[in-house]
Ligand binder design. Sequence first.
Ligand code: SF4
Length: 322
Amino acid sequence: MQTGLIERKGSVLTRSTLKCLSQVASINPTLGCVHRCAYCYARGYSMYPGDGKVLVYGNMPEKLRSELSRRRTLPAYVFFSPTCDVMQPIPQVLKVTYELMSILFERGVGVNLLTKGRIYPQFLPLFRQYKQLVHVQIGITTLNRDIQKKLEPFAATPQERIQNIKQLCEAGILPEIKLDPLIPGVTDTATNLQALFKALQPFGVNSAGINYLFLRPQIKRFLCKDLGSTPLLQEILKRYQDGTPLNLLAEKSRITALATHYRKPAYEQISSLAANSGIRAYVCGCKNPDITEEPLCGETWGQHFAKPLKQKPLICNGGNAR
Ligand code: SF4
């Protein structure tokens, strides 16, 4: 793994081109991501430094301070991060991330963290201190370590992600889960999801964003490269042979989605399975404009920061954590 510090020239806070996140301030403290997920769309971006390389914007904390001081109004929260995961096991990434989050919290700005990594111990006291300003989404689609390792070779194991949830609960933060991307025929099966939902029940997790994998030529290239000629790759690609070409609700973004006749009933079935475990599932309209008109992601996250939290009492007995 090659890491290095680079200088951020442009604004620190940016906005996503996805319609559902167009009003959400976002931050990407690194170029590249050590987790190297086989389906990662960010690996196809022109700024991607290449596999095995992570560049950290060392001057971001200083720039963020100055950017916030010039603003008339501060954002309600900032999304970490659209094109990288800040919980990467790289000291410079964790240091810059900690500083950035501290700067935001001290000014009353919330943090929406999406991660498939391990939440490192130094963050827990910070999150506990500012728990009203923290919303965490744990990306997890399976408890099956073999499948997860093939898809997300250097991310946290499923057990570590369950441990993240347990530790967040203990800090007074109820995370939601992100079933994204679901892989048809692999992680969307009732057996896989029921096992996952059962493991989440002791913690009272009650919200899940769901979305199926979509393909672009670059994503397909990385999938083929990383999964080789495994049965898993064949299983995935065959489902997209009769895929639906779609325009995401975003600038110039054309993708191949699973056929609508597969996705629509599958989302309904997954939502129903989730509901059986007390979890409300929602589908991102920007990535599924043929199915729902509701661009729910930014809206759902925004609600979290717009009013005082009314969480169910958390049951953190850790029964399924390890
Ligand atoms: S964790 Fe996210 S940003 Fe990192 S490689 Fe995986 S999908 Fe890409």
